[in-house]
Design a protein around this ligand. Structure first.
Ligand SMILES: Nc1ncnc2c1ncn2[C@@H]1O[C@H](COP(=O)(O)OP(=O)(O)OP(=O)(O)O)[C@@H](O)[C@H]1O
Length: 255
């Protein structure tokens, strides 16, 4: 098994002189190939900042972030753009599907931009659509899709380039509990059947219970880490609640 992500001594400060917020305060951890890691913490603990730096959307104040051995904090311009497109997949809270493109076109877009041959793109889109059970809706536009179809299209788009790492920030944040469950099952399938390595940020214990390992962040630092091991998802959920309570979060607000 190889290391996909290695975060070392990462710091991110906002502001200057007067008011400085240490959003991420010296965090180090790594993620191995095939892992499904959740990052939990209360609002303002630094989860999104950490994910945005890993996803190369934001820059770090100090430290390194290596993805497949490459320090992404040193990448710039076209090289960075290409790296993001080739190595990373994203699942957003609102899915970010392009309204003027069909499901097929949304899924194919990254491959088109990467310059893959049309017949290769076609083969890959059909393959992933079959796995995610959306073959029959590929010609639909987002407004013609159900919520679940949009989720599966967004999941297909995240995995179509066979990225090294899939990043998800509060993927269930805007969903009712049934839709959340459906999306989490799809993400679980990307991990288990399609061997995707996943890093997911959430404040929600139910969502986090689908991951196999959880890092808890408090005030920009890693506070605790737990592994699912042989636990059922429900047992793992119980242990997550215990840590959330310890962290001072409100265990009642989670499902
Ligand atoms: N652009 C910014 N400028 C100044 N401070 C910021 C900025 N972005 C985030 N922060 C601060 O950094 C800290 C961490 O924010 P972050 O968004 O990473 O937290 P979070 O854990 O993702 O919270 P939430 O669950 O509410 O999204 C907070 O104190 C926040 O106010």
């Amino acid at each position: 098994m190889s290391t996909i992500l290695q975060v070392q001594g990462m710091q991110k400060y906002y502001g200057s002189r007067g008011v400085v917020t240490k959003a991420v305060d010296n965090i180090s951890f790594s993620v191995e190939e095939g892992e499904y890691v959740g990052i939990m913490g209360v609002s303002g603990s630094g989860k999104t900042t950490l994910l945005n730096c890993i996803s190369t959307i934001d820059t770090v104040t100090a430290g390194t972030i290596r993805i497949k051995g490459k320090d992404v904090t040193a990448l710039k311009g076209k090289e960075l753009e290409r790296f993001r497109r080739e190595e990373l997949g994203f699942i957003f809270q609102d899915f970010n599907l392009l309204d003027t493109l069909t499901a097929y076109e949304n899924i194919a877009l990254a491959l088109t931009i990467l310059g893959e041959k049309p017949d290769e793109i076609h083969r890959k889109v059909l393959e992933v659509a079959t796995k995610l059970n959306i073959s029959s809706i590929l010609s639909k536009f987002p407004y013609q899709m159900s919520g679940g179809e949009k989720q599966r299209t967004a999941s297909a788009r995240a995995i179509i380039t066979n990225p090294s790492l899939i990043l998800a920030d509060e993927p269930t944040g805007a969903l009712d509990s049934k839709s959340a469950r459906m999306l989490l099952e799809t993400i679980g399938m990307l991990n288990e059947q399609m061997k995707a390595t996943i890093l997911m940020v959430t404040h929600d214990a139910f969502t986090a219970s689908y991951a196999k390992r959880i890092l808890f962040i408090k005030d920009g630092r890693i506070f605790n880490e737990i592994l699912r091991g042989e636990d059922t998802r429900k047992e793992f959920f119980g242990r997550i609640i215990d840590v959330v309570t310890l962290l001072g979060g409100d265990a009642n607000v989670v499902m």
